[in-house]
Design a protein around this ligand. Structure first.
Ligand code: ATP
Ligand code: MG
Length: 417
């Protein structure tokens, strides 16, 4: 019986991987410029971390977790998101004592969702968290960094921004919203009805078309923020204006979890269809304390790499691939031995090169050179070794020029070009 991959968990093949390396290298480079440092936490955590850190009321914890008992001893799970683990590590290793921290992570996340375009069971996120700064300047800097990141990759995505208030202004609003939604139960879908009591804010986020016209009229928290939340929100928009970051304030944008306060934001792209969000972020000041740490404000975002890859692919152009500069073709045994030595020499000089280790017919070796997209071919054999001269063949134009073997490395070394 043939064994296939697990549903919703994808292989990433060499033809596509260049795009992923590009998004990861760009993240490392750019986030580093902003003072964020990488943190790597395990893929497996205690189930309780997410029950508390994401919330038992959420779809993630109720329906989507890959949880298992480790030999009947402990309830563990594959992480469904990155923030809870980073917060746990932050607390466990006492990083707060050093002052504000800016951290980023990359890696696989697992949610047992129904697989569809842009939604998988193993997917990958690039995320950041900034701890220890309650001031809106960090919100501005972080949002601008994500904007900068997408721009570097040539991605056009729309930024939506909102404030979801805090413990001072949200409870009274939620009571009103519950009552308002309660009067319109018949017009709302089953999911919405189920959420009116548990998580009314999340109702505003419903994507069901028949719910849209109703929810468009719902009362907005943005107009009822307490003075502190209002000042924070104004400072964020003013900061983004000053940096020239375009955004649209959207009173219906929410983050589903209770510990989110004030700033909520999302980047979305039309290229994605129904799963339009490529990255979502927000401020979660109560979270560190909820997970047993000292009161520490925090704000972060997570970006879905599969969705970013879809946008990049839709924008056209194949994924970048590294092609060999030089391909050694061997005419005989002596040439094959020399090819290994010369290839090693070129690689030490930083030149990508390759050869067909099977040897054999010249035509087959040239075919292999073309298949891997090599730029130049060099044929080596007893005659070339004796004369110290070989022919350098331009595989695009088929032109040949003589080259001294001793000059090969210098001819192709990056510094020489
Ligand atoms: P959505 O509303 O699309 O389900 P979410 O609110 O569950 O998103 P977050 O938990 O905020 O998403 O995760 C941040 C990002 O991770 C999303 O914007 C998306 O790009 C990506 N993402 C989330 N779930 C998946 C998934 N199952 N497959 C692929 N990417 C995902
Ligand atoms: Mg989701």
């Amino acid at each position: 019986m043939k064994i296939t991959g697990v549903k919703g968990m994808n292989d990433l093949l060499p033809a596509e991987v260049g795009r992923w390396q590009q998004m990861e290298a760009t993240a490392r480079e750019l986030f580093g410029l902003y003072g964020y440092r990488e943190v790597r936490t395990p893929v497996v955590e205690h189930h309780a971390l997410f029950a508390r850190g994401v919330g038992t009321d959420t779809d993630i914890v109720q329906k989507e977790m890959y949880a298992f008992e480790d030999k009947g001893e402990e309830l563990l799970c594959l992480r469904p998101e990155g923030t809870a683990g980073v917060v746990r590590a932050f607390i466990e290793h006492g990083l707060h004592v050093e002052g504000p921290q800016k951290l980023y992570y990359l890696g696989p996340m697992f949610r047992r969702e129904r697989p569809q375009k842009g939604r998988y069971r193993q997917f990958h996120q690039i995320g950041v968290e900034a701890f220890g700064t309650a001031e809106p300047a960090i919100d501005v800097e972080q949002i601008a960094m994500l904007d900068d990141y997408l721009a570097r990759l040539g991605v056009k995505a729309a930024l939506k921004l909102n404030s979801v208030g805090d413990a001072a202004c949200r409870p009274a609003y939620l009571a009103d919203l519950r009552a308002w939604l309660g009067e319109r139960r018949a017009e709302l879908c089953d999911d919405c009805n189920g959420r009116i009591e548990r998580n009314p804010l999340r109702v505003l986020d419903c994507k069901v078309p028949t719910c849209q016209p109703v929810l468009a009229r719902a009362p907005r928290l943005l107009e009822r923020l307490c003075p502190a939340c209002d000042a924070h929100h104004r400072a964020v928009t003013a900061g983004l204006d000053a940096l020239g970051v375009a955004y649209a304030v959207d009173g219906r944008l929410v983050r589903g979890l209770d510990y989110y306060i004030r700033t909520a934001y999302e980047f979305s792209s039309d290229a994605l269809g129904a799963q339009s969000a490529v990255a979502g972020g927000g401020r979660y000041d109560p979270l560190v304390e909820t997970l047993g740490g000292p009161p520490t404000p925090g704000i972060g975002f997570a970006l879905g790499q599969e969705r970013l890859a879809l946008i990049l692919a839709a924008a056209g152009g194949p994924a970048p691939v590294r092609r060999p500069e030089v391909f050694f073709v061997s005419a005989d045994e002596a040439g094959a031995r020399e090819a290994l030595v010369r290839a090693a020499e070129l690689r030490r000089a930083g030149v990508a090169c390759d050869l067909d280790a099977r040897g054999g017919k010249l035509a087959r070796q040239f075919k292999q050179a073309e298949r891997v997209g090599a730029r130049w071919a060099v044929v080596l054999g007893a005659a070339e070794l004796a004369s110290g001269q070989a022919k350098l063949k331009d595989l695009a134009t088929r032109e040949e020029t003589p080259v001294a073997l001793s000059a090969l490395a210098a001819r192709f070394a990056p510094a020489a070009r």
